[in-house]
Design a binder for this molecule. Structure first.
Ligand SMILES: *[C@@H]1O[C@H](CO)[C@@H](O)[C@H](O)[C@H]1NC(C)=O
Ligand SMILES: *[C@@H]1O[C@H](CO)[C@@H](O)[C@H](O)[C@H]1NC(C)=O
Ligand SMILES: *[C@@H]1O[C@H](CO)[C@@H](O)[C@H](O)[C@H]1NC(C)=O
Ligand SMILES: *[C@@H]1O[C@H](CO)[C@@H](O)[C@H](O)[C@H]1NC(C)=O
Ligand SMILES: *[C@@H]1O[C@H](CO)[C@@H](O)[C@H](O)[C@H]1NC(C)=O
Ligand SMILES: *[C@@H]1O[C@H](CO)[C@@H](O)[C@H](O)[C@H]1NC(C)=O
Ligand SMILES: *[C@@H]1O[C@H](CO)[C@@H](O)[C@H](O)[C@H]1NC(C)=O
Ligand SMILES: *[C@@H]1O[C@H](CO)[C@@H](O)[C@H](O)[C@H]1NC(C)=O
Length: 806
């Protein structure tokens, strides 16, 4: 009893020296030293000295008081002036009205800034997390001489206003930490930029890296997180007038702890504290490849669900088609028909668009859409217009010059782009003079022309169909004569035989024009082969993608049934990665390209083609390599399509290859796009490690590649999976680690946990959002089957068909 009373006395004596331990204010005679903190009045925030994880340097900062043990910083004072020895450092308020870090010689190491001098300055930590310096005698609770909300670091808290004051010129913007252990301002900053019309820009130095698109009355045009509505628990406020542009948000109840953070990789993360799980929940849509500013160049449109992501807007063509095909989109697109200011023009409507960069734009808040069109059409340098405020449906935004940074986005907006009138279809026509009569005439003429053309097309089609129907029934494919193929393959000589496919031998051939082909010939004895043959024709004939092998045609004559493909000189992927000598030919950048190529091909199958196609037999030997080592997915003999909105189906006839089959498919016969994702994950790990999944890599625990990779991953030793010699450059380490993690995410036990292919592509290709989810345990094969596969390792890898006893 006595002892604790004494302790209490001591404590109160100690705190009376600078009276700090339980207050939210630092007054003139007080100071805090390292180890002491002040707490905001509501108890939400705490301020004091700290060291970031992984650093021994000391900083003064503000963090959430309740969220411990992990210290979540929201503001850092001396981010550019770290301290190494704080033993004589104090934080105090001093004349003329600044909060400063002082050493024992009273040198100012860091301080707030003010243009005003006050008599009784105090520093106060408000419960919003705002640290303010004010005059103790000031009665207006909102009048500060300095506030940390005006000089934020990387965190955008509720009630903070980002933007610019046009009168004082003061700008409030976010600036990311250099990295997680170094709060020094990195190169990345986030601004509300009012040039043209306000949009959010993330910049690296002076270069724009991400743009949100303009404010549209509800949200920034490119924001994929739905805007708040009546029932939302948060509100956003956007102000744009002669005095300021500002953006802020707040929550209606104070029960949640939200924050927006500009991460050190340039992505604005939205987080919310969940007390039950004691963790931060990510609440904003994750970044996508299309977030990269101006990725597709002028008039190029980015679509994450498309591969490649860039396409030219309708009625536009690539400026340099060859570059464009190679994936160099920087030069963008141009109008298919150039328009001439002196000729008639029209505006074509494009929907579901994240509006282009507004740097060169002008606006008017009162006009309506018809007025916008008239104004835009009067000035030939006006290329496009749209509604300014979609909430009120009023106002115009006008673009001058080329349009850049366009993204195709569900829930996006309409924009009207100027075209030569000859491009008109269902669009708004504007004649040079504005005369209605003329407009009507153009419409009438073009309509009747169109009708004529249509009629002609229908007739042609009918004739063509009639001729073709007999021969090709279900295949709309070029037919080759048997004699042509026999000549090309030297009468199917053994020398020309290059392999054995799912349903028969494959021959190399050369057509008379010199084109090299691969011919898959259905063996006459095969019965099951016929189904696979048909299957392959049905699917691959309808598909076209640079990462799918291209079918040139077929040959059906008498008993002979053959498929003719483009020839792939570099054979299949397995002949490289599983071969000690050949694997040296594929350095990491090449392998990473191959991984990304396969991913794009698979995305196309799963999502982009009209049919949703599940390949069901993705494996290294079904990936062919062209002359430039671009991967092409082949062998659609087992592929199935499911209806557009279905994700999968069930079968009692399980087909596929051991080592690549997802557990739910092998065991229950449930196949879906996610079972292909599983096979893709296995393939990724095989490409990284140059080992077959079915080889036992860990003798002690009898682990196959998945088990081994998982074990290394859990122990933070993932890099051991790749042979160090294969890493051409240590700069690729993060790509390797990312690939391994993506591979592991794809082979997770539970299909719902596996990402879909568009996420996979995003995770592989995107340096912006490098925070990948943690992988859970992979779906292993039952041990027995691993052993079975091992026993048959001497055989060639073959696609197996097994009937499930159900
Ligand atoms: C820290 O500074 C104090 C006073 O300035 C000094 O006495 C002490 O030796 C320093 N400690 C270290 C580790 O440099
Ligand atoms: C302090 O503020 C003045 C004007 O208010 C400005 O010119 C000066 O650069 C500021 N100093 C610092 C260190 O921010
Ligand atoms: C101003 O504030 C100081 C410090 O809190 C206090 O001592 C003084 O009485 C106040 N003066 C007036 C006029 O309120
Ligand atoms: C953070 O950056 C500093 C240099 O600014 C560097 O020394 C440190 O290693 C980096 N830390 C991490 C975890 O990347
Ligand atoms: C409000 O927004 C949420 C989420 O965006 C949505 O689920 C809900 O239906 C909306 N409510 C109304 C009334 O529009
Ligand atoms: C907007 O358009 C209206 C009607 O054409 C015009 O009266 C007004 O001056 C315009 N405002 C601006 C800022 O240009
Ligand atoms: C067209 O608009 C541009 C950009 O606002 C302006 O510089 C130019 O003078 C305008 N031209 C005409 C003919 O009004
Ligand atoms: C957009 O329209 C809404 C509803 O009419 C209005 O409240 C809001 O202030 C407008 N926003 C801007 C930026 O003009």
């Amino acid at each position: 009893m006595k002892a604790s009373f004494f302790l209490l006395f001591l404590l109160s004596f100690y705190s009376s020296l600078h009276e700090i331990s339980t207050t939210d204010v630092i007054t003139k005679n007080q100071y805090i030293t390292d180890g002491e903190t002040i707490v905001s009045s509501g108890g939400t925030f705490e301020m004091g000295f700290f060291s970031p994880t992984g650093s021994s340097k000391r900083y003064v900062g503000i963090w959430y008081k309740q969220i411990l043990p992990m210290q979540t910083l929201v503001w850092v004072a001396n981010r550019e002036k770290p301290l190494t020895n704080t033993s004589s450092i104090v934080l105090k308020v001093t004349r003329p009205g600044i909060l400063a870090l002082l050493n024992d010689k009273k040198d100012i190491i860091w301080s707030t800034n003010t243009s005003r001098s006050v008599r009784y300055p105090v520093a106060l930590l408000l419960d919003s997390g705002n640290l303010v310096v004010k005059d103790a005698n000031e009665t207006n609770p909102e009048k500060f001489i300095w506030q940390s909300f005006n000089v934020p670091t990387d965190t955008f808290l509720p009630y903070m206003k980002l933007g610019k004051n046009f009168k004082t010129g003061q700008e409030v913007y976010l600036s990311a930490w250099k990295n997680d252990s170094d709060p020094t301002p990195g190169e990345l900053t986030l601004h509300i930029d009012p040039t043209g019309y306000p949009q959010t820009l993330v910049k690296r130095g002076t270069r724009v890296v991400v743009s949100s698109g303009p404010w549209n009355g509800l949200r920034f045009s490119g924001d994929r997180t739905p805007p708040p509505n009546q029932s939302s628990i948060y509100k956003v406020q956007f102000v744009f007038n002669k005095e300021e542009v500002s953006y802020s948000y707040y929550f209606i109840n104070n029960l949640v702890l939200p924050r927006l953070v500009l991460s050190s990789n340039g992505y604005l993360q939205g987080l919310m504290w969940v007390d039950q799980t004691k963790s931060w929940l990510y609440v904003r849509s994750p970044p996508t490849a299309c977030d990269a500013y101006n990725l597709c160049g002028a008039y190029g449109s980015c679509d994450v669900d498309h591969s490649p992501v860039c396409t030219c807007l309708e009625k536009f063509v690539a400026k340099y088609p060859q570059q464009w095909e190679k994936g160099d989109w920087s030069n963008g697109c141009v109008r298919r028909k150039p328009f001439d200011c002196n000729k008639e023009h029209a505006f074509l409507k494009y929907s579901e668009i994240k509006l282009p960069d507004t740097k060169y734009s002008q606006y008017n808040t009162t006009m309506t859409l018809d007025g916008c069109r008239d104004v835009c059409s009067r000035n030939c340098s006006c290329t496009a217009y749209s509604t300014l405020n979609i909430s009120s449906g009023k106002g115009c935004l006008f673009w001058f010059g080329v349009l850049i940074d366009i993204t195709k986005m569900p829930g996006g907006q309409d924009i009207y782009i100027r075209m030569a009138a000859s491009e008109l279809e269902k669009l708004v026509v504007v004649s040079e003079t504005g005369s209605n009569q003329k407009t009507a005439k153009i419409l009438a003429v073009s309509l009747s022309l169109m009708a004529l053309i249509l009629l002609g097309l229908v007739l042609l089609l009918y004739k063509w169909k009639k001729n073709k129907l007999k021969l090709k029934e279900e295949f709309e494919l070029p037919l080759f004569q048997l004699s042509t193929i026999t000549r090309a393959t030297n009468n199917f000589s053994d020398n020309n035989k290059i392999g054995e496919g799912g349903f028969g031998p494959v021959y190399k051939g050369v057509l008379e024009e010199g084109q090299e082909i691969a011919v898959k010939r259905l063996s006459r004895t095969s019965t099951q082969g016929l189904d696979e043959f048909k299957n392959e024709v049905i699917y691959i004939a309808k598909l076209q993608h640079r990462n799918l092998v291209r079918l040139l045609g077929c040959c059906i004559q008498g008993e002979e049934k053959m498929l003719i493909y483009e020839f792939m000189p570099n054979k299949s992927l397995d002949s490289y990665i599983f071969d000690q000598t050949n694997s040296k030919l594929l350095d990491w950048p090449k392998r990473f390209d191959i991984i990304k190529g396969i991913a794009r091909g698979l995305l196309y199958l799963h999502q982009d083609s009209r049919l949703r196609i599940i390949h069901r037999d993705l494996k290294a030997s079904n990936i062919l390599l062209d002359i430039e080592m671009n991967p092409k997915i082949s062998d659609f003999g087992l592929a199935r399509s499911v209806a557009g909105n279905e994700m999968g189906a069930n079968t009692s006839h399980v087909v596929g290859t051991h080592g690549y089959m997802a557990p739910e498919y092998a065991v229950e016969g449930t196949f879906s796009v996610k079972s292909d994702v599983f096979s893709f994950g296995v393939l990724v790990l095989e490409i990284v490690s140059c080992k077959r999944n079915r080889t036992v890599l860990d003798q002690d625990q009898n682990l196959n590649l998945l088990g081994h990779a998982w074990k290394l991953y859990k122990e933070d030793r993932s890099l051991e999976l790749i042979d160090y010699e294969q890493l051409a450059d240590s700069g690729h380490i993060s790509q390797v680690l990312r690939s391994i993690q993506v591979g592991l995410l794809c082979v997770q036990q539970c299909p719902e946990d596996r990402p879909n292919m568009s996420s996979v592509i995003m995770m592989l290709g995107n340096d912006l959002g490098s925070i990948l989810p943690e992988a859970k345990e992979p779906g292993f094969f039952p041990q027995r089957e691993v052993l079975d596969a091992e026993n048959s390792a001497s055989q060639n890898e073959v696609t197996i068909t097994m009937l499930n006893p159900r």
